[in-house]
Design a protein around this ligand. Structure first.
Ligand SMILES: [Ca+2]
Length: 329
């Protein structure tokens, strides 16, 4: 019959035929490495039943090796980010800072997805507990492969998957996304090396392969190897642009949240003068004859160069919560 061939006793369309390459069968359109050095990428062409190969290579952040029986380009390492306590952040580039916003924020998100990588986003919802001075991480949301998974303090031991309460362990997308309990943590893992831990209370840890270096944004920083351009610089604190934690649509950020993300500091010099005159709290820090006089010029340079407002910089670097919470800025 025209367009059909006999395969193992069955009549199948020619387009369903696979290929043979160096003695091994390959499915139609299947791609594989044609050598041991990942220098030749091959694909089985179903119309010609021939394997077609072209020069290729792993990226600098990848190495050619066999994992679970499959040769491929795999990440050479991983980056870790965490938000713990009230909350203290440690970015992928090892920059430490505190941030006390009471809203939903981007913890880490791919903003430019290369064709060979999978997009994902991890978001946190912070809340006040007991007082209005510091916040804690209440919920974590992971979006990947069109799945939305929420781990929340409200539902200990469980997940919300697409809004539905779900028991652990959980698996989806043919096992490419898995969630399970490990000690006190809920763990979400993907087949490409993303891993998110949350203890249903206040501590969240994120691991990403270094193939994502330089294409991330959010409180965890951009993972470009430079801690100096991470969180608390302009544009690093973002509210999610997709629905999160049960919101129906990307919302205009609450004005209060926006104010914290993009603080305006009119009359910074006046505030600094008032604080210096008071000789208390941040005033002690900025006093020319105070205990921080040796490093004061560095703080002022950083503030004036736009890296951060003085109050924010002091808050982030020297843990001067008081200035922030007094709404001096
Ligand atoms: Ca960085």
């Amino acid at each position: 019959m025209e367009g059909f061939v006999l395969s193992q006793g069955s009549c199948i369309p020619r387009s369903s035929c696979g290929c043979h390459y160096e003695g091994r069968p390959y499915a139609p359109n299947e791609s594989f490495w044609g050598d041991d050095q990942c220098s030749k990428k091959c694909t089985c062409n179903p119309s010609t039943r021939q394997v077609e190969c072209a020069p290729s290579a792993c990226k600098a952040s990848e190495k050619c090796e066999i994992q679970k029986g499959v040769r491929g380009c795999y990440p050479t390492g991983h980056g870790n980010c965490s938000a713990t306590g009230d909350p203290h952040y440690l970015t992928f580039d090892k920059h430490r800072f505190d941030f006390q916003g009471p809203c939903a924020y981007v913890l880490t998100e791919v903003y430019e997805t290369p064709i060979d990588l999978t997009w994902f986003g991890v978001y946190v919802q912070n809340e006040y507990r007991g007082n209005q001075q510091v916040t804690w991480t209440r919920s974590v949301q992971v979006n990947v492969y069109d799945i939305e998974i929420v781990i929340s303090r409200q539902y200990p031991g469980k997940l919300l998957v697409g809004g539905l309460l779900t028991f652990l362990p959980y698996s989806s997308v043919g096992g490419r996304v898995k969630a399970f309990k490990q000690g006190v943590n809920a763990v979400i893992q993907t087949n490409f090396g993303l891993s998110v831990h949350f203890d249903w209370d206040s501590k969240v840890f994120v691991t990403v392969p270094n193939t994502y270096a330089g294409i991330l944004r959010g409180l965890c920083g951009n993972f470009n190897g430079n801690g100096g351009d991470d969180a608390l610089v302009p544009g690093s604190i973002l509210v999610p642009s997709i629905p999160v934690f049960g919101t129906s649509s990307p919302k205009e950020p609450d004005p209060k949240c926006k104010e914290i993300i993009d603080p305006k500091c009119p009359g910074l010099e006046v505030i600094e003068e008032q604080q210096r005159a008071s000789g208390k709290a941040c005033g002690l820090i900025v006093a020319k004859d105070g205990p921080f006089q040796e490093c004061l010029h560095i703080l002022i340079q950083r503030a004036l160069s736009g890296i951060a407002s003085m109050t924010m910089f002091l808050q982030g670097t020297l843990h001067c919560h008081l200035c922030w919470n007094l709404q001096l800025c």
